[in-house]
Ligand binder design. Structure first.
Ligand code: HPA
Length: 234
């Protein structure tokens, strides 16, 4: 047990998928895993452990934003021995070429700041995905025929951004999309020698103002879960 996860040691698999939304953790576990067992519900942040094609996997909510994700990822790594952490979540598109429902595999994650800023100090560390996971996720996405983009994303600190110039700067530098968690996940994985990747589905578009209709969210989310699961056990 940790302050935020009530699971017993051994109840959590070495591979963890992390959606921001705990109810999506429940849905994904019940939809894609065999014999899903609830292993955490502290603060309603559901975690389930089950099997995918014979492999043990946990799906644990991370909450929104890097400080929240940092709590769960730290506890998973330090107390439960987790080796592979894959964020599954939504993002806003920042390029015309990226469409609603597309999948983005985050090769790097740029940020204004992260919870690791106090550790890196003057260093501009470059948080990046595990290459093996990235390649496997791209293979899985291609096999499914998913419209996929591989490249840099932006991990923002605020959803309600008062600095539109920052988003514009990111767009001009080829950043594919914006979300709020991946950069710190990649920092933590690097610090502890673990594998990490963020697989994202485009839920809204910053340039066109479009948004994914709520009735389509589940199927787009499902595609991303399957890509993440295939990548984890490739
Ligand atoms: N901004 C930040 N995070 C997000 C967004 C966004 O537009 N869409 C989905 N996650």
């Amino acid at each position: 047990m940790t302050p935020h996860i009530a699971a017993k040691a051994g109840d959590i698999a070495e591979t963890v998928l992390m959606p921001g939304d705990p109810r999506r953790a429940k849905w994904a576990a019940e939809t894609f895993l065999k014999n899903p067992v609830l292993v955490n519900e502290v603060r309603g942040m559901f975690g389930f452990t089950g099997e995918y094609k014979g492999n043990r996997v946990t799906i644990q909510g991370s909450g929104m934003g890097m400080p929240s994700l940092s709590i769960y990822a730290n506890e998973l790594i330090k107390f439960y021995g987790v080796e592979t952490l894959i964020r599954i979540g939504s993002c806003g598109a920042m390029q015309e070429s990226v469409k609603i429902r597309d999948v983005i595999l985050a090769m790097t994650a740029t940020s204004l700041s992260t919870p690791s800023r106090g550790i890196f100090k003057e260093i501009n560390f470059a948080p990046c995905a595990d290459y093996g996971l990235l390649r496997a996720a791209d293979d899985a996405a291609q096999k499914r025929g998913a419209s996929t983009h591989v490249g840099g994303i932006y991990s923002a600190d605020v959803f309600y951004d008062e600095r539109p110039d920052l988003n514009e700067l990111m767009t001009r530098h080829g950043i594919l999309g914006v979300e709020m968690e991946a950069a710190e996940l990649y920092n933590l994985a690097a610090r502890h020698g673990k594998r990490a990747l963020a697989v994202l589905t485009v839920s809204d578009h910053l340039l066109t103002g479009e948004a994914l209709p709520s009735e389509d969210r589940e199927s787009s989310f499902g595609e991303m879960v399957e890509i993440a699961l295939e990548a984890a056990f490739a």
